[in-house]
Design a binder for this molecule. Structure first.
Ligand code: FAD
Length: 278
């Protein structure tokens, strides 16, 4: 594979032990020379400091880094302050999201949807930031329809996004169909495929239910048949996800964004298989 364009996502660790583990994982993942690392942002700003601290550590290690920024629950004033903070640290890249408020969380804030955040970032900071937004090949769970969701995506790009990262999926056709529809709707920015390695059946099922990613029946059945046999789950997951990545890249995906879950092993194994054909 030539010119691999890929990025790796972390979440901010909650404990000192988690931070140490992430440093070790990051050291291993840095050897793969990703284009950048991104760090998620808790809805309502709940991880604001942790996100910034993790991004600053990554930058200090000499790697490119992008904080995520979610706007739901935020005010223009609070988001402006975060943008100023990012700028003051020389951060030039971010992933702009609406986010999801936990139930019981107070007011909805001044932003309803991510396109409003992208518009605000452009109005406040011009071209300072390279902005990525989220895209949903299998449709966002709250969307009224796939067509409505595509229009919401188009609005984020029209508001000034430079590129998109998709929610993870295991149906390559959903990605190709989404990209085609986006191109027909006039979107010409890169749409990087989000990749979730498969290492743990329970965790995968839980996340997928929450975010609307479909686990194909044959994959679910196979995973269920392995029970607690973690080695078989990982070996099978490696095959399935590597083949997905190969198909995506062969079909023109401009890059891959790995949801690493702060672990190095699965992303490294997939990447090594991709760059060293078996
Ligand atoms: P939006 O693009 O605003 O869309 C949200 C929903 O609203 C969609 O159903 C859309 O169709 C609908 N919609 C949009 N505009 C309108 C309108 N005008 N009228 C009616 N409906 C509309 N979450 C976090 O909290 N922190 C993170 O760091 C984070 N990182 C992520 C990274 C990636 C790559 C992805 C794919 C997701 C990430 N998420 C993160 C999850 C994300 O916040 C949720 O999926 C959230 O529910 C939607 O965010 P969004 O930016 O896609 O929202």
């Amino acid at each position: 594979m030539t010119d691999p364009n890929f990025s790796i996502e972390f979440f901010p660790p909650k404990t000192a032990e988690g931070a140490d583990k992430l440093r070790i994982a990051r050291g291993k993942l840095a050897e793969l020379r990703p284009k950048y690392f991104s760090v998620t942002y808790g809805a309502g700003g709940s991880t604001q400091q942790g996100t910034l601290d993790t991004v600053l550590e990554i930058l200090a290690e000499g790697h490119a880094a992008a904080p995520h920024l979610s706007c739901v629950g935020g005010s223009k004033e609070s988001i402006r302050a975060v943008l100023e903070q990012f700028k003051s640290h020389g951060i030039h890249r971010l992933v702009a999201l609406r986010g999801d408020l936990p139930s019981g969380y107070g007011g909805a804030g001044e932003f309803r949807y991510a396109n409003e955040l992208v518009e605000f970032i452009r109005a406040e900071t011009g071209d300072w930031f390279h902005i990525e937004v989220a895209a949903y090949p299998e449709t966002h769970p709250q969307a009224r329809s796939p067509q409505d969701d595509l229009q919401a995506f188009v609005r984020k790009v029209q508001a000034g996004a430079n590129a998109a990262i998709t929610q993870y999926f295991y149906n390559a056709d959903a990605y190709f169909q989404f990209v085609d529809a986006a191109r027909k709707a006039g979107v010409d920015v890169p749409i990087v495929a989000g990749i979730m390695p498969i290492t743990n059946t329970t965790q995968l099922m839980r996340f997928s239910d929450m975010c609307g990613a479909e686990i194909p029946r044959w994959v679910r059945l196979k995973l269920a048949s392995f029970g607690d046999d973690s080695a078989s789950i990982k070996a099978f997951g490696l095959d399935v996800v590597t083949q997905l990545c190969e198909r995506l890249l062969a079909g023109g995906a401009p890059g891959l964004h790995f949801y690493s879950m702060n672990q190095a092993a699965a992303t490294t194994a997939i990447w090594n298989r991709l760059v060293t054909p078996q």
